[in-house]
Design a protein around this ligand. Structure first.
Ligand code: C2E
Ligand code: CA
Ligand code: CA
Length: 632
């Protein structure tokens, strides 16, 4: 009877709508639930109110279960109400007040009525969903429809057209129910597995975020759509020290960390954002729509803070440092390639400067927009064509005020982009062998130039951690000393403590051999890494350079003063001389002198400058006579 059928279809409807395992996801947007088949079947039994009530109850229940936001729930329920009642109205207009099972034969007009009613349900659903998702993601109606909804509407249509078949078959004989069930099961299974394959093609298997291909696709759809002035923001993120986590805690912990991070990212991002993992520990995010610069900066900074909070990985808290590079369309690039390159570049700068979040600076980009790859190609040419040169920054002894050494800081005079600062390319160079050629150039050039000054000055040159792993590094330094005739004891190599966290043995050996050759060693940026004290135990050095983050407020902050004093005492206790970096004001300088730092370097004393202006600067400055050996 009709009531048995009502019970059957009603039950199936409830099951189809509330069991998440029955739902099928189509593309990015569309979700199809088999509940609609049975809802429509109930309507064909002449029970539109029953269909509406059960559908509403089922969706309310599963919505509450899934903790959907109220807006989403309200939208879903109104969508159901609207589409089912309009569908019911169509049936009514065609004179179908009773169940179609009451008739022996279905008249043509009823066939048309059923078709029209199904179409109504389908179209009302589709149109409403397209509008809502389109507005929400800012991807535009047509794209929204294409990426998933068209597909899911086809599936919805197929499900709806099954409804009359179900009703008539079940009415004919209940014996057909198992047959229908097995057929439906197989259809759903195969649909699901092909959907699964489609999902895999677009998603990262580990984290479930989009993969590179899908992200590129999304990006070009978003900013390629309304010409070149579409506003959007791209973030490129990369973990710092992920390799160490993998090496020390194992790959399964590394993987779990990536998964947790991805989950948190999705939680933190607005619903219209697209997030992807490009591989390894590199993530990208697309935020469509315009953003007011100051608000964007603030929200990204707070995003970064949230992101770097400890994550629960296999039971213990693990935090990662993340460097984020930001590029905004259309300012930093109006096509996907430029935009990604700009964000990439900003990310590298953020890694260099430890800033966390860095925005792309258009100045670096100005002429001919280009990114990492171009810059790398340019850099190898720059080394050959001598576009790299050094600025020198004096280092003074606090007790005498004499300049005893200078630090060579690399600069790049790019033929089109103008002067480029090291933070914009050292990180890049360090990814390749180019860094070795760069260091060699810097060594040679600065030794020649400092020799030409004719003063007994020390020379400090920065060395990238990567070079210290190279077996050929020592012979390269030796070669430069021989070629220039520079006395080894006047040369100091500055090594960041970062260098001592990876491939330690090789690095420690290199440093020992360099010292045996008479070269001095300074530990640079002391206090910024995770292993400052470890670094001191691993190697013997001559000097410690306290990072500017500690010295900056040393005259006003008692805590900073305590830290600087402790580092200084520690250095002295270990027989090291202590250099304070980033001295910008007389107050800081005085505080450092009072604490007992041996040397100071910073804008307050002198800015980094060309060799020619250095010559002028030093002309009016006390420098050591050759009697007392400098920087020793
Ligand atoms: P660093 O070794 O810590 O060098 C000191 C940086 O602080 C320099 O930035 C310098 O210009 C800046 N500075 C100096 N005094 C002050 C001050 O009073 N206040 C502030 N706020 N900053 C000050 P620069 O020249 O942009 O170099 C940045 C970094 O790039 C260097 O940091 C170093 O890690 C790297 N680098 C520079 N030259 C080379 C090089 O030839 N080879 C390698 N491997 N790295 C280099
Ligand atoms: Ca340095
Ligand atoms: Ca430093």
């Amino acid at each position: 009877s009709n009531w048995t059928m009502f019970a059957l279809f009603g039950g199936l409807l409830l099951l189809g709508e509330t069991q998440p395992s029955f739902a099928m996801k189509f593309g990015d947007n569309g979700v199809v639930t088999p509940g609609w088949t049975f809802a429509f079947a109930l309507m064909l039994l002449g029970m539109p109110v029953g269909a509406l009530v059960i559908m509403t109850v089922a969706n309310l229940w599963s919505g509450l279960q899934a903790r959907s936001r109220p807006q989403v729930l309200i939208f879903n329920l109104s969508q159901i109400a609207l589409s089912l009642s309009l569908g019911g109205l169509v049936l009514h207009v065609f004179g179908m007040h009773d169940s179609i099972t009451e008739l022996n034969a279905i008249p043509i007009s009823w066939g048309a009525g059923i078709l029209l009613s199904a179409l109504t349900v389908l179209i009302v659903n589709g149109v409403l969903t397209t509008i809502v998702i389109g507005l929400h993601t800012g991807t535009g109606l047509f794209t929204t429809f294409r990426t998933g909804l068209a597909l899911s509407m086809t599936a919805d249509g197929a499900l709806l057209s099954l409804a009359p078949v179900f009703v008539i078959a079940v009415d004919y004989s209940f014996v057909l129910v198992p047959l229908l069930a097995s057929t439906s099961y197989i259809v759903i299974r195969s649909a699901r597995s092909s959907l699964h394959r489609a999902h895999e093609a677009n998603h990262d298997p580990l984290t479930g975020l989009l993969n590179r291909r899908a992200f590129d696709d999304r990006l070009s759809k978003t900013i390629g759509m309304f010409g070149s002035s579409t506003a959007a923001t791209v973030l490129v993120m990369d973990f710092d020290g992920f390799k160490e986590i993998n090496d020390s805690l194992g790959h399964s912990v590394g993987d779990a960390l990536l998964v947790r991070f991805a989950e948190r990212l999705v939680d933190l991002l607005p619903g219209n954002a697209a997030a992807a993992r490009l591989g390894g520990d590199e993530f990208v995010v697309l935020l469509p729509g315009p953003a007011e610069p100051e608000a964007l900066r603030r929200s990204l900074q707070s995003l970064h803070r949230e992101m770097t909070k400890p994550l629960d990985v296999e039971g213990f808290p693990l935090s990662v440092a993340v460097s984020v590079g930001v590029a905004v369309a259309p300012t930093d690039g109006s096509n996907p390639e430029d935009l990604m390159a700009a964000a990439d570049l900003a990310m590298y700068r953020s890694k260099q400067s430890d800033a966390g979040v860095e925005f792309h600076r258009t100045s670096v980009h100005q002429a001919g927009r280009a990114g990492r790859i171009d810059l790398l190609a340019d850099l190898s040419r720059a080394i050959e064509h001598d576009e790299l040169f050094a600025h020198y920054q004096p280092i003074v002894r606090m007790s005498t005020g004499r300049v005893e050494a200078v630090e060579a800081l690399v600069r790049w005079r790019h033929p089109r982009r103008g002067l480029i600062q090291p933070n914009d390319f050292i990180g890049l160079a360090e990814q390749t062998d180019l860094i070795d050629a760069l260091t060699e150039r810097m060594l040679m050039r600065s030794m020649y130039e400092v020799l030409e000054l004719g003063l007994d000055l020390g020379l400090a040159v920065n060395v990238s951690p990567r070079s210290l792993h190279q077996r050929t590094f020592i012979s390269m330094v030796q070669r430069s000393l021989d070629a220039t005739g520079f006395a080894p004891h006047r040369l100091e190599l500055e090594i960041t403590e970062r260098a001592l966290t990876t491939e330690t043995e090789r690095t420690v050996l290199t440093i020992r051999l360099l010292r045996e050759a008479g070269v001095q060693i300074a530990i640079d940026d002391f206090g910024t890494g995770y292993s400052s004290f470890g670094a001191l135990r691993l190697i013997r050095a001559d000097r410690l350079k306290i990072d500017r983050q500690f010295t900056r407020d040393v005259d006003v902050s008692p805590d900073d003063r305590l830290v600087v004093r402790t580092i200084t005492d520690l250095g002295h206790g270990l027989g090291l001389q202590v250099v304070a970096e980033g001295v910008e004001t007389p107050g800081v300088r005085a505080a450092l002198a009072e604490i007992g730092c041996d040397f100071a370097q910073g804008y307050e004393i002198a800015a980094p400058q060309t060799i020619d202006s250095l010559r002028v600067t030093l002309g009016g400055w006390p420098t050591p006579s050759s009697a007392d050996r400098a920087y020793a």
